[in-house]
Each structure stands twice: as structure tokens, then as C-alpha cells.
Design a binder for this molecule. Structure first.
Ligand code: PLP
Length: 487
């Protein structure tokens, strides 16, 4: 890496990103592009030599002109799809720093400071979220955390760990989860060798706010045991993907107590909320879980990707039987962590640097402010929706997620004649209209400036219609304030 060249090119990239954020609101959040739209604009094979003397500048031009038009702008303030992928200056710069250092800390010896930073920062995070001591290094019970890329990886790691601990035929092993659990859990279970028929997806009725109940879990476990199968692992979710429902961790743990079932908590999104005392009750009872994962890239300002997995017995994750990378002396003393043994792959990124920067620069109070700010915005949006008779909030708002829909056709019949189609059809059309609105197409925007439009003859008032460049129509009544008599 040429230092001078890197400095020059780094500035170009930093400027590019800064310019992008300065204009992010101008981009349609999601541009409808046809499959293959990009491939046809790019060369069929990689160039054999740089295309232009200043290859990076030319490539950045391609990013701006060819690639940006086809990306979904997740950081746009108008992006409301999926769970958020919060970002911050230090989150992005932490990524850049780690990429620049470009190390591969798969063992302690391969980069001692990286491993030790990960040990420190997973404990920092665990303490900030008030996770049970047994899941932390500092808890003294042998637990600890690691940083993976995604919750899916975390799930796979824990299922494999639980599976390898069980002295049972793999075909008999059963995993439990609710019909609201993220689909990646079932995928991880299948990869880990659990039979499709032994993936026990337990229904969660609306009356229970889509949470898994202990009674339903006990019934499923009892039926399996009676049939000679072996309960292996329960995945409880704190903050489900569809409605942010919270499975009652304490009761679920009690339901399987003494049965040798590994309990994993998937708190991918809502784990972040535990930086605030007022949300911590959602993981009360987690003292008896075996593992918990949460994604700081979702709601804690750590840019993609960053999933913290904390386990009470990390040794169970391990495949430490390699001879090449073993730092025998250090291991014999049992004082170092070799993170390669905690994950599926060998090579790994230096994610700890990014998360550490975020925690160090924002502090736990700063993260609390972010979470509380989002929850406040969601609560105020919820109030607006509830105040509008056309809409309903079908499940209680949880954290910063508000689920809303048009009232079903029958409810609004008469009062709102326009909703005469079935509820699902109406909601589908509403969704399309909302997407079209954020895409910047499809929804006609009209500005009614009947009275105040006149003020725009004066430069000092023109800001009121700044942004009207993207409206479709505007009306103004000169008879109100521009000396034109009626009408
Ligand atoms: N679990 C829950 C509850 C989620 O909402 C999601 C994604 O939204 C996931 C797991 C998957 O997360 P990842 O993309 O990190 O694997």
C-alpha cells in the first residue's frame, strides 16, 4: 500500500461518501430496475489494465452513475423497510480502519490486540445491555462473547454446539421455535443436520401477541419425549421480525428446565433496547439461557456487519483440534481466546475495532439517546395512526416498530367508501402506494398554496416552497393576496 497514494485516494472516497450523505434525500429510496440492468452497462470481463490513468476517480464515477441508481438507499431518512441498519460516522470509519489494517485475527497469536479488544468490547456491550454475567468473560463463570457477521451464523454455531453435546442419534434431535422466529433459524437447523420433520414450529395466536407460550412449548416437548425423540434446543426471540413480539424468556426457560435443552435468545433487533433500563425487562430471566445474540448493526450505530454472540460455555462451540495454528504455550495456560474456534469459518474480520469505536465515541448514554429517540418517534407515529379512523394498530407497538394497516373493509364501510375491497387487497394497495411514494414515483404530490403562495414573490419567503421541484402540481389563489379580484 502506497501511503501517499492512499492518502490521496482516501480523500476522494471520503469526499464521495460525504457528498452522498449530503444528497441522500434526493435519491428515490428504491429505484425500480430491471434484472440485468447493471450487467449490461459494465464490461463483460475485468479490464486487463486500468481503464484510465486515474482509475479510482473513474471507478467512483461509475459508482455514482451506474451503481447508485440501482441501490436501495437504506440510510435515507425515508427508508422504513426491514429493520433499520443504523450507521454512524465512527461506525463507517471503524470499518475503514479495520479494512486498512487488514488483519486476520483468527487466533490470539495471529493478532493479540484484536482478540483482546474483542474480549473487552463484547463485555462492554454485554454490560451496557445488562446481559447475565454468565454470558460475559468478566462474569467469572467461563462465559464470553464474540463478534460474527450475522444472527444466522450465530444460530448455526449454537445449534452445532448443542448437537455435539448431546449423546443421541441426530435423527432424533428436535429444535423448538415459534412461527414468528426468523426463517434463518430453520435454515441453520437444517444445515446443522436436524431433520425437517424435527423442526418444531409452534403456533403463536394473536391473543398472545404472537409470543411463544410456555404451555405450548411444554406440550410440544412432552409429545416428542413420549415419541422417543430428544429435545435439543429452543430458540426464543426477543423482538420478532414481523411484530417485535417478545417471547417470555423466563417462563420458557422454566418450561424446559432439567431437560437438557439449550436455550438460545435471538435478540437481533431488540437486544439494543436493553441499553435503556426501561426496556431491560424483556430479557429478565435470561440468567438461565445458554446463549444470546444481538446485532449492533441493526440498532446500535455499528455499520454492517456486526452480530454479538454471547455464550455461557464457549468451549462447547469449539473445534480446537488443529495442530497448525495452536499456540500451545498460551493455550496450556488457558489464558487466551482463539476466536476461530467460536465460529464456522477460520478467517475473520476485525469487527471489534468498529464496535469499540462506536462505544468509545458515543458512550452508552449516546446509544441510549438513539434508542429513546427512535422509540419516541415511533410512539408519536403510533398516536397519529391511532387518531386516524382509517387505520388500526393490530398489535401493540414494541420498541420502535409500529405495525399498522387499513381497518378492514367491513369496519370502514360507509364512512370510508373508498375501501370497499377486501382488507388484504386494500392493504396491499396501500403498501404499494407507500413504496411508490418513497421511490419518488407513482404518487402525485400536490401543493395547496392558496394563500401563502403569494408570499413567494418575496425572496425572503421562498423557502416555504423549497423542494417543490419534485411536486407534480401546485395551486395558488391570486385573488387572495395578489391584487387579483375574485376569482
Ligand atoms: N432474527 C431476527 C429476529 C431478525 O429480525 C433478523 C433480521 O431481521 C434475523 C434474525 C437475521 O439477522 P441476520 O441478517 O443478522 O442474520
Amino acid at each position: 500500500l502506497d501511503a501517499g497514494e492512499f492518502r490521496r485516494q482516501g480523500r476522494q472516497v471520503a469526499d464521495f461518501i460525504a457528498d452522498y450523505y449530503a444528497r441522500i434525500e434526493d435519491y428515490p429510496v428504491r429505484r425500480a430496475v430491471a434484472p440485468g440492468f447493471l450487467a449490461e452497462k459494465l464490461l463483460e470481463t475485468a479490464p486487463s489494465s486500468p481503464l484510465e490513468p486515474n482509475a479510482l476517480a473513474a471507478a467512483l464515477r461509475d459508482v455514482r452513475e451506474l451503481i447508485l441508481p440501482g441501490i436501495t438507499h437504506w440510510q435515507s431518512p425515508r427508508h422504513f423497510a426491514h429493520f433499520s441498519a443504523t450507521a454512524s460516522n465512527v461506525g463507517a470509519l471503524g470499518e475503514a480502519l479495520a479494512a486498512g489494517l487488514n488483519i486476520n485475527p483468527y487466533t490470539w497469536a495471529a493478532s493479540p490486540a484484536a482478540t483482546e479488544l474483542e474480549v473487552v468490547v463484547t463485555d462492554w456491550l454485554g454490560k451496557a445491555l445488562h446481559l447475565p454475567e454468565k454470558l460475559l468473560f468478566g462474569g467469572g463463570g467461563g462465559g464470553g462473547g464474540t463478534l460474527l457477521g450475522t444472527s444466522c451464523e450465530a444460530m448455526l454455531c449454537v445449534i452445532v454446539a448443542a448437537r455435539d453435546e448431546k449423546l443421541a442419534v441426530i435423527g432424533d434431535l428436535v429444535v423448538y421455535f415459534s412461527d414468528q422466529t426468523h426463517f434463518s433459524f430453520k435454515k441453520a437447523a437444517r444445515i446443522a443436520g436436524i431433520r425437517r420433520g424435527n423442526c418444531r414450529e409452534i403456533p403463536t395466536p394473536r391473543e398472545d401477541a404472537f409470543a411463544l407460550t410456555a404451555a405450548a412449548l411444554i406440550a410440544a416437548v412432552n409429545a416428542d419425549v413420549a415419541a422417543g425423540r430428544v429435545p435439543l434446543l429452543l430458540c426464543a426471540t426477543v423482538g420478532t421480525t414481523a411484530t417485535a413480539a417478545v417471547d417470555p424468556v423466563r417462563e420458557l426457560c422454566a418450561a424446559v428446565e432439567g431437560r437438557g435443552v439449550w436455550v438460545h435468545v435471538d435478540a437481533a433487533y431488540a437486544g439494543a433496547a436493553c441499553v435503556c433500563p426501561e426496556h431491560r425487562h424483556v430479557i429478565a430471566g435470561a440468567t438461565s439461557v445458554d446463549s444470546l445474540s444481538t446485532n449492533p448493526h441493526k440498532w446500535l450505530l455499528a455499520n454492517m456487519d456486526c452480530c454479538a454472540l454471547c455464550v455461557s460455555r464457549p468451549a462447547t462451540l469449539g473445534t480446537d483440534d488443529d495442530v497448525i495454528l495452536k499456540d500451545a504455550a498460551a493455550r496450556a495456560r488457558g489464558v487466551v481466546v482463539d476466536y476461530k474456534d467460536w465460529q464456522v469459518s477460520l478467517s475473520r474480520r476485525f469487527r471489534a475495532l468498529k464496535l469499540w469505536l462506536v462505544l468509545r465515541c458515543h458512550g452508552v448514554d449516546g446509544l441510549r439517546d438513539v434508542v429513546r429517540g427512535h422509540v419516541r418517534m415511533a410512539a408519536s407515529f403510533e398516536r397519529m395512526v391511532r387518531a386516524d379512523p382509517r387505520f388500526e394498530v393490530p398489535v401493540p407497538r414494541r420498541f420502535a416498530l409500529v405495525c399498522f394497516r387499513l381497518r378492514d373493509a367491513e369496519d370502514s364501510k360507509g364512512a370510508h367508501g373508498e375501501f370497499t375491497v377486501s382488507s388484504n387487497e386494500a392493504n396491499r394497495r396501500l403498501l404499494e402506494a407507500l413504496c411508490a411514494a418513497v421511490e419518488g414515483r407513482g404518487v402525485w404530490v400536490h401543493v395547496d398554496a392558496a394563500y401563502a403562495g403569494a408570499a413567494c414573490v418575496c425572496p425572503e419567503h421562498r423557502h416555504v416552497i423549497a423542494g417543490a421541484t419534485s411536486v407534480d402540481s401546485l395551486s395558488i389563489n391570486p385573488h387572495k393576496w395578489l391584487l387579483a379580484n375574485m376569482d
